[in-house]
Design a protein around this ligand. Structure first.
Ligand code: DGL
Length: 268
């Protein structure tokens, strides 16, 4: 098997990272992908940095038993706090979500006022403002932890017509729009499912999905390294660290009816 046929390892704290995997599958259908969701330890967004780093290293140790050509940190929280630890420990091209979304936000904002919605741990890490300032010194970044959104989405509540979803979102969005932002980054795996609801509440904002931005950057990165798979490929493997029997019913929320039926249980 040639290097180009190697797997892209994608990991997340749970199933939400399938928004990233789905974007990768769409833009790079020939790539072989192994997905690992650490469902035993979900959520990461409320945990300490030390704990998140430990989990993330274990996640990648698990994926490393496969023939990986690249790694994607699909989880914004893990990318915010564990990236450095992963780069030190693992010798392979590592892609994430924070940098692609930050570059895009810095590029598209017209008034240099950017809002970030993310988990508590991502906000606490300041990874988004730090990264955005590398690409635009003038940008003002306003972050907001939105801890109610992950549980809502995981319970299948993301429709733009759902009054609970609209009420919660409005409370968060009002705080960000008060700063006069023109660009909003959805800095969490789960938030792309809320895209319709968010854009109906703030139709004038440019909304950036970190999941889609990540897939675009991965495609360019693999191209530069001459690592794009040219043969048939398209293999998918799914692993979770707990409750594989619930994988399909949860995965359809994020991948639609195309979601795989099964995930294997991973010992991490
Ligand atoms: N995957 C996490 C993220 O993108 C959200 C869920 C969690 O808190 O673990 O930040």
């Amino acid at each position: 098997m040639s290097k180009k046929e190697g797997y892209i390892g994608v990991f997340d704290s749970g199933i939400g990272g399938l928004t990233v995997a789905g974007s990768i599958m769409k833009s790079l259908p020939k790539e072989n992908i192994i997905y690992f969701g650490d469902t035993a330890h979900l959520p990461y967004g409320t945990k300490s940095e030390k704990q998140i780093r430990e989990y993330a290293v274990n996640d990648v140790l698990f994926l490393s038993q496969f023939d990986l050509k690249a790694l994607v940190i699909a989880c914004n929280t893990a990318d915010s706090v564990a990236r450095h630890a992963l780069e030190e420990k693992f010798d392979m091209p590592i892609y994430g979500v924070i940098k692609p979304a930050s570059i895009k936000a810095a590029r598209v904002t017209r008034n240099n006022r950017i809002g970030i919605m993310a988990t508590t741990a991502t906000v606490r890490s300041d990874a988004y403002p730090r990264t955005i300032h590398r690409y635009s010194e003038e940008a003002e970044v306003f972050q907001l932890a939105c801890p109610l959104l992950v549980p809502l989405v995981e319970n299948g509540r993301f429709s733009k017509d759902d009054i609970v979803v609209r009420t919660v979102l409005k409370e968060y969005l009002d705080q960000l729009t008060a700063h006069g932002i023109d660009t909003l980054v959805l800095g969490c795996t789960h938030y792309p499912l809320l895209m319709d609801a968010i854009s109906s509440l703030v139709p004038d904002l440019t909304i950036i999905s970190s999941s889609e931005a990540a897939a675009e950057t991965l495609r360019r990165g693999l191209q530069e390294l001459d690592l794009l798979n040219e043969s048939e490929g398209g293999k998918r493997k799914y692993f979770v660290s707990d409750a594989p029997e619930h994988f399909h019913e949860n995965a359809v929320l994020f991948l639609g009816e195309d979601a795989a039926d099964e995930a294997e249980l991973a010992e991490v």
